[in-house]
Write a new protein. Structure first.
Length: 546
């Protein structure tokens, strides 16, 4: 009996352009002479370097450790020598550089000692999660969220449904499609490990119906493994988005301010599952990934297994180089990807596609025209937002109204901009609004912290003032209630303290002062004058004390 599927509102059907990169099998990229490994390749905190310049490392050796909870380790994709740790270009919309470890490969590609686990079923799920974290595995569907966090069911003892995302709905990208075709057994073995870590009650692999070869391969492997269901879903973008996929497969809706975990569902990408298998069964950390290289701007479209840190230029050269029609390089797909500022940037863990786009593949939008209020954006929005209202309020910088219209539910899929007849870059406006709101929130947090510190200081000063007053009051009360402490005794005590202080001062002065000169052979008259002066000084000091 086939599973009932639901349909989410909105979505679009852009040209898929999948066939161009699926005509040849996955090929292994050659070992480059140099690997550039950014310390920040995923959502969360950057990893912290464990090596220094001049160190020789082996393939699979840990180069940087996780820093903070939302972070994972970084490993050497090949053996070689660390030649620099510094700022280098990274694939990011800003075009800025980031701290990276640069590794000169030695050509030996020699592994460090690996520690595979023979039977993960006997392993505690907590230990399993730690192994996944230490292997540096993040979500390979593009988001890059550390995978070990999604392997933790939290307060739940078990997860109701584990969904493996094999949808790959964005145009041009076929890396997951080819992985399922050629490495279905690895993916299914990884699914079993993830299911054990989550103690999932049911496991579902979802694949769109434009991937018949991948579906057949995965169905065969899942049937052999048992207890894993494969589901063929109608093709529509953005069905691969987590919340939309959950609704299509289960009919459950994730709350706008909630997580899939809150409704008993966890979603992992199929390539992530294969990486988990390599990490646990073979003891291999995440040091490479399958990358789709496609578009009219590259001579040979294909999927390649590329070492993390390989420059995009090297990858393009191994695909025959670029053509004269190349207009721009996009990391990711045409809907949610971003333009690269330089081809010297490296492949990172979240690089699922390099799109060498020509003007025919990805026309540059003409100048934006005024909104005609057609409502096409609202019809296409898979989250059922009002993109037009979000646009107007963002344009007016009325960020309170923007939040009232649920800006942060926007998944930035680009459906609204895709259907807009006025060519308004709607997603750019939403990203701008989110950035401004986050910036204002950070400023507010800083102001709140400064105010709290000021208020704490005032409270401390007031507390110290009250404590001093309390001590003085206590002292006065003792003077009033203790007859033994008469005024004369108190006065005498003060005099004694003053005399003692003067004696100490005189002793110190006597020890340090110079002896008078020319005092030898004095007459009796001169000696009497000196003694008289000393006597007057002594009498004056005693008088001052009294």
């Amino acid at each position: 009996m086939s599973r009932k599927l639901w349909s989410f509102l909105g979505g679009v059907h852009p040209p898929m352009h999948k066939a161009e990169s699926t005509t040849s099998p996955i090929t292994a990229a050659t070992l480059p002479e140099r690997l550039t490994l950014p310390l920040h390749q995923h959502i969360g905190a950057s990893s912290k370097p464990l090596v220094k310049i001049g160190d020789h490392v082996l393939k699979g050796q840990r180069l940087a450790q996780a820093e903070g909870y939302v972070s994972v380790a970084l490993h050497a994709p090949s053996s070689g020598t660390v030649i620099d740790i510094g700022e280098y270009p990274v694939p990011h919309p800003s075009g800025l550089s980031d701290t990276s470890i640069v590794l000169a490969t030695d050509g030996d590609d020699r592994w460090t000692e690996r520690q595979p686990e023979s039977d993960y079923l006997d392993m505690d799920p907590s230990h399993l999660r730690n192994l996944v974290r230490e292997a540096g595995i993040v979500g390979l569907g593009g988001a890059g969220f550390p995978s070990f966090i999604k392997l933790n069911p939290g307060t739940r003892k078990a997860i109701d449904t584990l969904i493996i995302n094999g949808i790959e709905c964005e145009p041009y990208i076929t890396c997951d499609d080819m992985l399922m075709r050629e490495r279905a057994e690895e993916a299914v073995a990884g699914i079993g490990i993830i299911a054990h870590a989550l103690q999932a009650k049911e496991v579902i692999v979802a694949i769109e119906d434009n991937k018949p070869e991948a579906f057949e391969a995965m169905q065969t492997a899942c049937d052999a493994a048992g207890n894993i269901e494969t589901v063929l879903c109608p093709t529509i973008y953005p069905q691969g988005s987590e919340k939309q996929l959950i609704y299509v497969v289960t009919g459950k809706e994730v709350p706008s301010d909630g997580l899939p975990l809150h409704i008993g569902v966890v979603v992992h990408n199929v390539a992530t599952a294969a990486a988990v298998y390599r990490a646990i069964v073979h003891g291999e950390p995440l040091i490479s990934r399958i990358v789709t290289v496609t578009g009219g701007g590259v001579r040979e479209s294909r999927n390649m297994d590329v070492l993390i840190g390989t420059s995009i230029n090297d990858v393009l050269e191994q695909c025959g180089g670029t053509t004269g029609r190349l207009d721009r390089l996009i990391m990711g797909g045409p809907m949610m990807g971003f333009a690269l500022h330089t081809a010297t940037a490296p492949v990172i863990k979240t690089t699922n596609c390099i799109l060498a786009a020509t003007p025919a593949d990805l026309p540059r939008n003409s100048s934006a025209m005024p909104c005609i209020r057609c409502g096409a954006c609202a019809d296409a929005c898979p989250v059922q937002l009002l993109p037009q209202q979000l646009y107007w309020y963002t344009h007016a910088k009325d960020f309170e109204k923007v939040q009232d219209h649920h800006l942060f539910d926007c998944i930035e899929c680009g459906c609204c901009a895709y259907v807009c007849p006025s060519n308004i870059p709607l997603v750019h406006y939403y990203r701008y609004a989110k950035t401004e709101i986050w910036s204002k929130e950070r400023e507010k947090e800083k102001a709140d912290l400064a105010r709290n510190r000021h208020e704490f200081r005032l409270e401390r000063l007031e507390r110290e003032k009250l404590e001093r007053a309390s001590r003085h009051k206590k002292k006065r009360k003792e003077l009033e209630t203790e007859p033994s402490l008469t005024a004369e005794k108190v006065k005498g005590t003060k005099k004694a303290a003053i005399l003692a202080a003067m004696e100490r001062a005189q002793a110190k002065k006597a020890a340090t002062e110079l002896k008078p000169k020319n005092v030898e052979n004095l007459t009796d008259e001169q000696q009497e004058m000196i003694e008289e002066v000393d006597k007057r000084r002594t009498n004056a000091s005693v008088k001052n004390i009294q």
